[in-house]
Ligand binder design. Sequence first.
Ligand code: PHE
Ligand code: CO
Length: 293
Amino acid sequence: MLDHDKGVNLGVAPVTYGQGERPPRGDYASAREDYTCEQNWSAYTAQDHDLYRRLYERQAAQLDGLACNEFIEAVRHLGAPERIPRFDELSETLYQKTRWEVVAVPGLIPEEAFFGLLAKRKFPVTGWLRKPEEFDYIVEPDVFHDLFGHVPLLFNPIFADYMQAYGAGGLKASRLDACELLARLYWYTVEFGLINTPNGIRAYGAGILSSAGELRYSVRSQEPSRVGFDLQRIMRTRYKIDSYQATYFVIESFDELFEATSPDFTPIYKAVRQQPEIEAGAVVSSERLYIAA
Ligand code: PHE
Ligand code: CO
């Protein structure tokens, strides 16, 4: 147990995804029962802050014309790019705007813990930063992805409410054994969502906004399909975790996203289970496609 931990600490089991060959990078032994931990800000090195700044500046330089305005306007709330933000300071600003907070976690956490935090308007952010050799690509979310990708849109009141509803919906999906279907909704909206605007298609998904290459690809490339948001279509669609997406789903507004996901999913899960899955890149005839500018 580390001295910066307050209160009783039983430690929690680490979480690994995929083949499990990689050891978990975070310190799960010092996490609380809800998987949150101290950010331990003073442990970041000058090299960490410098790498964060380089990641931040690379992304910030390409937001114009590719990221949605809501994201661009809110990114300043992260504070100066020179330093990894202090989660407690950021939470103060965020709480005032949308009653959300940012909490530190050691890395990936179990689904139920993740849903539980979102339902309480606490967004879990990984404490550690990638290594310099992972500048272009990282397989697990780190502090840069979690903060830069996810936190700006939590300043948007509707998106903030969507995230809380997603958390509550996740707790329900766990009871209905439907987490896999619900995870596709997260993937194709929160991580890889596109939004149609008067100026053209823009990105709002965190996986896109924190990626050096996929930001431009997702908005501009002629390769992927861009399909109008359709809840059941999304729940049926597999996704790629090791390459750019083959299909993106486009919302017209955050209101549309919130409204379309507010009905009870219980009968929707049932309906989706009766239909075949759709491969990541497949295009279903008769669907509404957006053309990149
Ligand atoms: N309406 C969903 C349900 O009843 C909850 C939810 C809302 C899930 C928003 C995801 C996003 O399960
Ligand atoms: Co993410």
